[in-house]
Structures are given as structure tokens and as C-alpha cells.
Ligand binder design. Structure first.
Ligand SMILES: [Cu+2]
Length: 226
């Protein structure tokens, strides 16, 4: 193929020069090339694009730590559990404050403080309790159901954290500037679900339809978060 390509390059029109008539061999090759290209295209998967998101709050301020999930309409691809996910307790706070994982992920809750913590969740998506401990708890906690889990500590009432569990492979968390980029999103129709800790407790997040085209795009997400 590459030698053939060179052959065509050498045949490219040169300004001021008369174009030679295409030979029969050249016409046959051109036909073959077109046929091969069409056959290759027919076997490519659906076109995928990069999609950018800009998340802003009630006053137009960029919102960090928003969790965005692109849920495809129709066939639902399976997600793989993530490996090595920690939600630590450091300086009497959960770190990170917001964690997003795929369904089936096991999360460790290492305590990096010298004081003991007692981590729990009463949330529908996963109820659990890690009784008073220091260091690394014996076992990780498995999150097998999509939803939002609110973390608390029995000892320190001010401690709060969130784990969002998703069953779509296209998800992420907005950066400090409110932006997120997702790559390799197949063209098609989606429901974008955006969750933020500033939404009313128990909110499943804001839903909006998103059509992903082959060229990619930027999607604006506006939440009523102050
Ligand atoms: Cu604590």
C-alpha cells in the first residue's frame, strides 16, 4: 500500500505542467484502493470523540468535585471494578472528599491520624460500619450498587465525605476550574447525570440529554449550587 501511495504522490499535479492522462493500471489501482478503504471503514467501531464539560454553580462560579456520568441510552457496556482505591482519614477529614468508583470496586479506608475514627454509612447504596480503628482496617468495603454514599465518623461529627458509585464507563470528577474531559466516548445519545455535594441531600443529581457527535464538543452543566 505504501509503495502505491508513493506512486500516486509522484503523479500529483505540478503547477504549470500538463497532467498526463491516467493509465489503465492507475485507474484499476484507484478502484482497488477505494474498495479496500470502504472495506476497512465497514469494520471500524462506531466513531469516538472527546467530550469536554464545564460545570458551574448558581452564580456562574466553576464547581469542583462534581461527579459526571454519561449514561448511554440503549445497550449498557459493563464496567470493571477499580483497583487500589483509598478514602483516607487525614487531619480529621476524608481524603478525597468526593470519590467516584465503578460498581464492584473495593475501597480501603486507611486512618492516617493518630486518633481513632469510626467510619460509617447509612446510605441506601451501601450501609456499613468500620468500628473504632487506627491504621488500615482489616478488609476493604465493596460497593456493588450504583448510587451515592455519604460517609460519616461516629467520633467526629464534622467529618463528611462522599462516594459515588457508577455503572457507566464514561465518568469523572470536575477539577478546580469546573472542567472535565472524557475521551473515547462513542457517538450516540446519552443522559448526562451530574451530582455535587452541594445539591440537596439524597439528590440523584441533575439529568440532561447529551448527543455526542463524531467531532466532540463542550457541554455546559449548570447546578443550583451556591
Ligand atoms: Cu473520626
Amino acid at each position: 500500500m505504501s509503495r502505491l501511495f508513493h506512486f500516486y504522490r509522484r503523479q500529483a499535479p505540478v503547477p504549470g505542467e500538463r497532467q498526463p492522462a491516467p493509465t489503465l493500471a492507475a485507474m484499476v489501482w484507484a478502484g482497488l484502493r477505494a474498495g479496500v478503504a470502504a472495506a476497512l471503514l465497514a469494520h471500524l467501531p462506531a466513531q469516538a470523540a472527546a467530550v469536554k464539560f464545564q460545570v458551574s454553580g448558581a452564580q456562574g462560579q466553576p464547581l469542583a468535585d462534581a461527579v459526571l456520568m454519561l449514561e448511554p441510552q440503549g445497550a449498557h457496556p459493563a464496567v470493571k471494578p477499580l483497583e487500589g482505591i483509598d478514602v483516607a482519614q487525614e487531619n480529621r477529614a476524608f481524603l478525597p472528599l468526593v470519590t467516584v468508583v465503578t460498581v464492584g470496586t473495593k475501597v480501603q479506608f486507611p486512618n492516617r491520624d493518630s486518633v481513632r475514627h469510626h467510619v460509617y454509612s447509612f446510605s441506601e447504596a451501601r450501609k456499613f460500619e468500620l468500628k473504632l480503628y487506627v491504621g488500615k482496617p482489616e478488609k476493604p468495603i465493596s460497593f456493588d450498587k450504583a448510587g451515592v454514599v455519604v460517609l460519616g465518623c461516629n467520633i467526629h461529627d464534622q467529618m463528611v465525605g462522599w462516594i459515588v458509585i457508577t455503572d457507566t464507563p464514561w465518568y469523572g470528577k470536575s477539577a478546580a476550574n469546573g472542567q472535565l474531559s472524557l475521551t473515547d466516548v462513542p457517538a450516540g445519545n446519552y443522559t448526562l447525570r451530574t451530582w455535587h455535594a452541594g445539591l440537596p441531600p439524597g439528590s440523584p443529581g441533575l439529568e440532561q440529554p447529551v448527543v455526542v457527535g463524531p467531532a466532540g464538543q463542550t457541554v455546559a452543566v449548570k447546578l443550583g449550587v451556591r
